[in-house]
Write a protein that binds this ligand. Structure first.
Ligand SMILES: [Zn+2]
Ligand SMILES: [Zn+2]
Length: 356
């Protein structure tokens, strides 16, 4: 089969690799029908994630059909259409028992396209299949579903739920890339008073408006003042950091109201300053996290009901074999306007949702 293989920083190729097979009785092999590229994959290519060994197939998000299962797999069978989650779960360790699958110590966690071969290939072996793939309702398209492998649960769990968004809140989302946009879309589920999107790219701010941000602000034009003006000088109830650089994290801590929450989602590669000289008196809660994907079944039900605008983030589609071109488009988002690029064969026919 073909797969997108990492060969060290700056080097990767769509090339021939051996077909995967069942290695453990808890494995499933999935034929990849639809797959996407994550910002994390670009970090790997830059050499920011040194534990990824050369020779590893990248990718941790996919939709496909189960073609083979090990003897101990109970919840899926060959022929089932499934979502392959970015997080694998052993189901037995302390963290899995607390639904903190992202921290799994039993061989799961974020392993696909990281510690084992991933989903950017024609087939993928998924360990611990019972807890790591989700059978898909027929009414959810591949394009919607593939965004529920990582982007949507990450934004919802690490941004919106950790940030404790409540009805009537002012929510500021700093960074309107795919995760920030998904945070805007899922924050709206809680009927906030307003959502404010902060970014530097006009195209991304426009996308933020489409996904439900009432106010958009250029990050270079003191957005903290705008937030203060809109909230009677208090600041936002919840601020979601979806960039991952020191400047935006520190901006978030200036935009939050006393007693509010800063939910960090961004992947940081450099130290940021925690301004305790300002924050010590403000009762502010700051959360961090890796997605656990405990919300994936909920998000899938919402997508099936037509209540999640997941595929609105898809700006480009390619056939699987044009992986290298898709990477190029995704890596140059400023010029190409790419949000999410999706690869795969013909999408499944959409079964209309009948409202109850
Ligand atoms: Zn990802
Ligand atoms: Zn575990």
């Amino acid at each position: 089969m073909k797969g997108y293989v990492f060969h060290g920083p700056g080097q990767a190729a769509w090339e021939d690799v051996p077909d995967p097979g069942v290695q453990e009785p808890t494995d499933a092999v999935v034929r990849v029908d639809t797959v996407t590229i994550c910002g994390t994959d670009l970090h790997i290519l830059k050499g920011d994630v040194p534990e990824v060994r050369p020779g590893t197939i990248l990718g941790h998000e996919a939709v496909g059909e189960v073609v083979e299962v090990g003897a101990d797999v109970r919840t899926v069978r060959p022929g089932d259409r499934v979502l392959v989650s970015c997080i694998t779960s052993c189901g037995r360790c302390r963290f899995c028992r607390e639904a903190m699958y992202g921290q799994c110590r039993g061989g799961g966690g974020w392993i696909l396209g990281h510690l084992v071969d991933g989903t950017q290939a024609e087939y993928v072996r998924v360990p611990f299949a019972d807890l790591s793939v989700h059978p898909l309702p027929a009414s959810v398209t591949n394009e919607d579903a593939v965004l529920l492998a990582d982007i949507f649960p990450t934004a919802y769990e690490v941004g919106v739920l950790n940030g404790r968004v409540r009805p009537g809140d002012t929510v500021a989302v700093v960074g309107a890339g795919p995760v920030g946009l998904a945070a805007i879309a899922t924050a709206r589920l809680f009927a906030p008073e307003r959502v404010i999107a902060v970014d530097v790219a006009p195209a991304r701010l426009e996308a933020a408006r489409k996904l439900g941000a009432e106010v958009v602000a250029d990050a270079r034009e003191t957005p903290e003042q705008l937030v203060a003006d809109l909230t009677g000088g208090l600041g936002a109830d919840v601020v979601v950091e979806a960039v991952g650089v020191p400047e935006t994290f520190e901006l978030c801590t200036r935009m939050v109201r006393p007693g509010g929450h800063v939910a960090n989602v961004g992947v940081h590669g450099r130290p940021a300053t925690l301004h305790l000289e300002d924050l010590w008196i403000k009762n502010v809660t700051i959360t961090t996290g890796l997605v656990d994907t405990h919300s994936t079944p909920t998000l899938l039900r919402m997508a099936a009901a037509g209540r999640l605008p997941a595929s609105q983030l898809v700006t480009h589609t390619f056939p699987l074999e044009r992986m290298e071109e898709a990477y190029d488009v995704f890596a140059h988002a400023a010029e190409t306007g790419a949000l999410k690029v999706v690869l795969g064969g013909p999408q499944r026919e959409v079964v209309p949702v009948t409202s109850a």
